[in-house]
Design a protein around this ligand. Structure first.
Ligand SMILES: [Zn+2]
Length: 558
């Protein structure tokens, strides 16, 4: 005998409205030209057994999938405000999450179900499912099904079907199936299996205010929708699918202080947007565009209350940095310490708009990294190299070479046997890092000198005002030409006592010592925009496009 549900339960279930008919195709909606982006939130080792959603603002969700253009295709709607997406597995509700380890005291959602039949439409499947208190519908590879129950084993499902008098097959779903339940219960709302082509999509719905919904997920609030993908029986890869500008709103406050000037925030917004556009598909093998960590750009949804960041993003909507018509790789870093660097001198690849520029602006603001220095003994350097696998004897000299703008290009270490090891570009700045000695080289802008030698410096007019940037000095030579003095080699000056030679930082000159002074400024990789420099330029009255064009040589901003 089939158990018929009471009227109340039937009314509740029918709140799950079928949406296959009567809805305009989302793909026909061309009013919003904003591009969409897929941001990985949990994937790989961090993929989830269960993922809860809770409306912060909004009322319920559409369940469906995202098509190839990332347009959401709705299949049905639920008014439930708290739903959980689960891998179709036997899970226990423990401590507010669905996990595979639990006890019989916990609420359980089994992965064996009674399949009632297949149907041509959601309505037909819903009609059948609504006859059971634990009935629900599923959309499996394009076909609608009605199910009831969730049991921990095949035999439990079979005996339940027999004892309940239900005519249906005890089944468990494929390794790609995702189950949607009401959070904190074992009440199944929906099951989805899109095969290899599509994954379950969940789109939060606006409430009566009509404002864009915001949704809680694992302690953070998000705009946009979510996508849940299982591969080969694994856990759920959770992806936030949202408009580019909503994503950029979620990046800017984590990459730059929301209290900084608006033009700096706009430069950061355009930079972050362009970086995202140029790096789309970076994580395609995991099924999304960018991840939410600093591997791509830090993104934690809309948690930070940052109205200026929001304004910076909206005011620059659709603006990108381009070079020769293509999105630029808008690398940025915290502070350059005086000069940025050619990309090929840091990352190996020469990119025409990533050129080292001397930065006269950054020093107008406090970065906290104006100057840092360490003294390394020769023993320490020897130990660090040996500990990193280089079979060197006692290091006796270090030979630095510098780039055009005075950043480090390479370091050559020579041991007592006369054997040398050379580290270039970014390796030159990381080779001296040591947890043991608590040394971190913060940027590629540093010098290596003999710590025991008197440090050479230039003063002006007999005062003790030191010139920090020799390259800014010019001299008129014998032919009347104005030349930059540069910061390498040596400088001959005429003093009251005659001529005197002042050594500058030598490029390619070996420093032989027992103690080496490593002295630098800045924090980051020195390529592209300095964020503190952008702050300084904004405070000095430059606009965001002027800031971007200063740090990215020869680009268009628009
Ligand atoms: Zn990434």
């Amino acid at each position: 005998m089939i158990h018929r549900m009471d009227k109340l339960r039937r009314a509740l279930l029918l709140l799950l409205v079928c949406l296959l008919l009567g809805l305009p195709s989302a793909a026909e909606d061309t009013e919003d030209p904003a591009p969409y982006i897929r941001v990985g939130l949990y994937w790989g080792d961090r993929a989830l057994e269960g993922a809860n959603l809770l409306n912060y603002t909004g009322s319920g969700y559409m369940l469906g999938y995202f098509d190839r253009d990332l347009q959401f295709v709705p299949l049905m709607r639920t008014e439930e405000r708290a739903i959980s997406m689960l891998k179709d597995w036997s899970l226990y509700y423990v401590g507010g999450q669905y996990v595979s380890q639990g006890s019989s005291d916990n609420i359980r959602v089994g992965c064996y179900h009674i399949r009632l039949g297949s149907y041509d439409s959601c309505e037909e499947a819903m009609e059948e499912a609504s006859a059971y208190s634990d009935g629900y519908v599923g959309f499996m590879n394009g076909t609608w099904y009605a199910f009831c129950g969730s049991y921990l084993s095949q035999s439990a499902a079979e005996s339940a079907a027999a004892s309940r008098g239900v005519y249906g097959a005890a089944v468990t779903a494929s390794s790609r199936c995702v189950t949607v339940v009401v959070t904190g219960t074992d009440r199944v709302i929906f099951q989805f299996d899109g095969g290899t082509e599509t994954s379950l999509g969940v789109m939060p719905q606006p409430d009566a205010s009509g404002e864009r919904p915001i949704t809680w997920f694992r302690g953070y609030k998000y705009y946009g929708g979510f996508r849940y993908t299982r591969r080969d029986g694994g856990n759920l890869t959770v992806v936030n699918v949202l408009e580019m500008d909503d994503y950029v709103c979620g990046v800017v406050p984590y990459e730059m202080s929301p209290s900084w000037p608006l033009e700096a925030l706009k430069a950061q917004a355009v930079s972050a947007r362009t970086y995202a556009a140029s790096q789309l598909h970076k994580h395609e093998s995991s099924g999304f565009d960018l991840c939410n960590t600093t591997c791509c750009q830090a993104y934690l949804g809309v948690n930070v209350n940052a109205p200026d960041c929001e304004e910076a993003v909206r005011d620059t909507s659709g603006v990108y940095v381009t070079y020769d018509g293509a999105y630029a790789d808008t690398f940025y870093h915290s502070c350059d310490g005086g000069a940025t660097e050619n990309s090929e001198n840091v990352f190996y690849e020469a990119i025409p708009y990533l050129k080292g520029v001397r930065d006269p602006y950054e020093s107008h603001v406090t970065t906290g990294y104006e100057h840092w220095s360490y003294v390394y003994t020769a023993d320490e350097i020897t130990w660090i190299l040996q500990n990193k696998g280089y079979k060197c004897a006692h290091i006796v000299s270090v030979t630095p070479t510098y780039t055009e703008v005075g950043n480090i290009l390479s370091l050559r270490f020579t041991d007592s046997a006369g054997v040398s090891w050379t580290f270039s570009r970014s390796r030159a700045s990381t080779i001296l890092n040591s947890q043991t000695y608590n040394r971190i080289i913060h940027s590629q802008r540093f010098t290596v000198t003999d710590a025991d030698a008197e440090q050479a410096f230039l003063c002006v007019n007999g005062t003790d005002t030191r010139i920090s940037d020799n390259d800014a000095l010019c001299a008129v030579d014998g032919s009347g030409q104005v030349r930059s003095i540069g910061e390498r080699g040596s400088l001959t000056v005429i003093t009251a006592a005659g001529t005197e030679t002042v050594p500058l930082n030598g490029s390619g000159q070996a420093v032989t010592s027992d103690r080496f002074l490593v002295s630098g400024s800045g924090w980051g990789h020195n390529v592209g925009m300095s964020q503190y420099g952008a702050k300084a330029m904004a405070e000095l009255g430059f606009t965001y496009d002027e800031i971007l064009k200063f740090y990215y040589s020869g680009v268009d901003v628009g």
